[in-house]
Design a protein around this ligand. Sequence first.
Ligand SMILES: NC(=O)c1ccc[n+]([C@@H]2O[C@H](COP(=O)([O-])OP(=O)(O)OC[C@H]3O[C@@H](n4cnc5c(N)ncnc54)[C@H](OP(=O)(O)O)[C@@H]3O)[C@@H](O)[C@H]2O)c1
Length: 255
Amino acid sequence: MKGPSDMTTLAGKTALITGGGRGIGRAIARRLAADGARVGVHYGSNATAAKETVTAIEAAGGQAFVVHAPLGVRGDAEALWAAFDPQADGLDILVNNAGVLGDQAEIQDVTDANFDRVFAVNTRASFFVTQHGLRRLRDGGRIINIGTMLTRGSAMPASIAYAMSKGALDVLTAMLAKQLGPRGITVNTVAPGVIDTDMHEGRLVGDALTWVSSLSPMGRVGTPADVADTVAFLASADSRWVTGQWIDVSGGTLL
Ligand SMILES: NC(=O)c1ccc[n+]([C@@H]2O[C@H](COP(=O)([O-])OP(=O)(O)OC[C@H]3O[C@@H](n4cnc5c(N)ncnc54)[C@H](OP(=O)(O)O)[C@@H]3O)[C@@H](O)[C@H]2O)c1
């Protein structure tokens, strides 16, 4: 993690991280703020975590503000931007990170309700947050979608609905990269492997942890910072010639 003395690369930029209060989103928020961005920390229900993230950023000398909007409901994108706009003058970096894993079930056991929920939060909300965000996003900006390694490998068939919902984001990345290239906006997907966060609800212990760790040739589970550091590259000017890409951040799990 960079410190305040390195705060230069994103100076003057404004970022919005959906689901920025916890887990991977928190690590992204903290890293982009450390790089100099003013960061909107969006949350859906955990206000405490979002405020803690803002406090930690400010304690490190950075700038951040909270944006509240539950996703996966009608009008979610409009509500998010209505909460964002009074606190910021436009946008340079949008990170579509908020997401849910849903029930772990193979196709025969996936319910309508679970399928709809996963798609409403992971796919539909990301789509409309981006749609409404485009008129705020300045030329030369960045869109980074947080996907999953599971769209290029089927190691976990019980994540079928989740992986499908993220597969749609991969298509969003490619289509938007083509459309927004003339504005100098890059659009990329970061595809993590298994990362130790609340999403796994305490399941990454014992034999399960041993098995998941063995999936990577590096022999461990990923950390939120592993993902945030790749996002920081894609948010920076250094990635200006990288667009429409799907970047594996799984410690080589798919090799
Ligand atoms: N952990 C992994 O192994 C892994 C692997 C690959 C990809 N990913 C992806 O990485 C992203 C972050 O995951 P994570 O592991 O950090 O998960 P997490 O610790 O469970 O955090 C999820 C975040 O998304 C937000 N969120 C979830 N549902 C929401 C809703 N309905 N409305 C608004 N916000 C909502 C949460 O907000 P609140 O704090 O308000 O609840 C929280 O900030 C997700 O898109 C996930 O699919 C994770």
